[in-house]
Ligand binder design. Structure first.
Ligand code: COA
Length: 224
């Protein structure tokens, strides 16, 4: 992969060599101890729709706090998630052992000035929360962003009431950079939003890398 670098001690290998593409999911992009980032495939739609229909997940995720109906989530998946994944900026999160599809994560709104992008994550399979999968997935995305895509920083927004996500981001190394309040019209309430950021130098200094076998599609798109 042109221009790709890896953390010390990590070797980039071709998926064709020793990581055959699974028939049940998309190509592997990053592999951790417990989870993998893969390209999304059209067959992930039903799970995606179930996650976005969950009212508790919507409370943590959506600025209007409302779940998506089946038509909205299909449109979101087909017009945004699949194309973004094909471009190398959005990934399915799967369990390494058994290949179960757990969630989705993405980098959006790339700022070409400071080479940063906005991070998003949903682990939709709630029975797997609290096992460290969110932390590992976030680290894998950071490593793909910094070493694979050549980004310098990752921004995110998280609601103050989402303690689990804040715990995850703190552990990975994100630091709060600001905060703002949004008015949720359909609820008549204020939503307190925390802004956080992680820069490549800081992440490298922490020295906790999740990628075990970084793999790249040998003929994938230019990822920069
Ligand atoms: C946020 C999310 C990605 C975290 O993934 P996860 O696999 O559950 O997270 P992890 O197990 O890696 O870590 C969660 C940490 O938060 C801690 N935690 C859990 N609930 C908490 C709470 N209410 N307050 C503070 N910390 C909390 C956990 O104890 C754990 O820390 P620990 O390992 O030090 O104990 C996942 O829960 C999720 O997708 N939630 C729904 C969608 C969402 O919130 N997305 C993020 C939007 S910004």
């Amino acid at each position: 992969m042109p221009g790709a670098t890896a953390p010390k001690g990590i070797t980039i290998v071709s998926e064709q060599v020793d990581q055959p593409v699974s028939t049940s999911g998309g190509a592997r992009v990053r592999v951790g101890d417990h989870v993998e980032l893969r390209r999304h495939v059209p067959g992930n739609l039903a799970s995606f729709q179930r996650w976005y229909a969950d009212p508790d997940i919507a409370e943590m995720l959506r600025h209007d706090l409302k779940p998506l109906d089946a038509r909205q989530s299909r449109s979101y998946f087909e017009t945004l998630i699949l194309p973004l994944s094909a471009r190398g900026f959005c990934w399915a999160i799967t369990e390494r052992s058994g290949g179960r599809l757990l969630g989705t994560t993405a980098l959006t709104e790339v700022n070409r000035g400071d080479r940063s992008a906005l991070f998003r994550i949903v682990i939709g399979e709630r029975d797997t929360w609290g096992r460290g999968y969110g932390t590992e997935s976030t680290r894998l995305v950071c490593e793909e962003a910094f070493s694979g895509l050549g980004l310098s920083g990752i921004r995110l927004e998280v609601f103050d009431h989402n303690g689990r996500a804040i715990g995850t981001y703190d552990r990975v190394g994100f630091r709060q950079t600001g905060a703002h309040v949004e008015f949720v019209r359909n609820r008549g309430i204020d939503l307190h939003v925390r802004e956080m950021r992680l820069d490549r130098e800081h992440y490298d200094r922490l020295g906790v890398f999740a990628s075990r076998i970084p793999v790249y599609p040998p003929d994938g798109p230019d990822r920069r």
